[in-house]
Design a binder for this molecule. Structure first.
Ligand code: NI
Ligand code: MN
Length: 241
């Protein structure tokens, strides 16, 4: 796994939030739920320089610190069209719209929007809810050719096999929390459909409504005879070459 990364680093900030550092030292955060994320280690809450934010959907446990971070750092926020328009209305000038099927070069990485079956809305400060467009996952290709797939929040779906076939990710970051996202059982089937060699279970243990565990996930993988290597990351852990 480590050799595959080609100089990139992947740091787990807890829940569905990851910090990616490219070999060229670009800083990327997927779903910047940081300030109110009960899993994010205190010493990693200070983000510092940031080039890119990738946003899978508008729910609070993903959207999180997007607006203040974009304002502080000038990072480009990649989000679906509806969320892009909302960010623009909030004074974020560096937003980039990306919908499913599109691949955008964002600095040194290539980002593809993939399907995800879930919901999306954005809660505003006055408590009202804005339609967030459709949720997405992302395939991120680093300069070295290393590819990761962050599924976003989703159920399993048959076209995960298509994602595996046409993008061939090296590593999948898959929710296993159950109740509001895939169960460990579905995540094991997702791993099988994707055909990835490496998988990291995410989006569990944070709240009572995501009770799934890595042990359940491993049990289902074993039942299905799926040989992918499971990397259970604690918040703050990193994969690095
Ligand atoms: Ni969600
Ligand atoms: Mn979520």
């Amino acid at each position: 796994m480590e050799q595959l990364l080609g100089g990139a680093r992947i740091t787990y900030l807890g829940h569905a939030t990851f910090r990616l550092t490219t070999a060229g030292d670009e800083q990327i955060i997927i779903d910047p739920f940081i300030t109110d994320n009960p899993q994010t280690p205190e010493e990693l809450k200070e983000v510092g320089e940031l080039d890119t934010i990738l946003l899978t959907h508008g729910h609070f446990d993903h959207f999180g610190d997007t607006i203040p971070l974009a304002k502080q750092t000038g990072a480009t926020v990649v989000a679906n069209f509806e969320t892009f328009a909302y960010l623009q209305s909030q004074g974020i000038e560096n937003a980039m719209p990306l919908n499913k099927g599109g691949t955008a070069q964002v600095g040194g990485i290539k980002v593809t929007g993939t399907n995800a079956f879930h919901s999306s809305s954005i809660q505003t400060e006055d408590g009202s809810t804005i339609y967030g467009g459709e949720p997405m996952g992302f395939v991120v290709e680093f300069e070295s050719g290393f590819k990761l797939y962050h599924a976003g929040d989703t159920c399993v779906f048959g076209d995960m096999a298509l994602i595996g076939e046409i993008y061939n990710p090296d590593l999948a970051l898959l929710p296993i929390g159950n109740n509001v996202v895939m169960s460990p059982f579905e995540a094991a089937h997702a791993t099988r459909l994707l055909g990835v060699d490496h998988v990291v279970p995410i989006h569990y243990g944070t709240f009572p409504f995501v009770p799934g565990t890595p042990d359940e996930f491993k049990g289902h993988l074993s039942d299905l005879g799926v040989k992918s290597e499971v990397h259970v990351m604690s918040p703050g852990d990193r994969l690095a070459s």
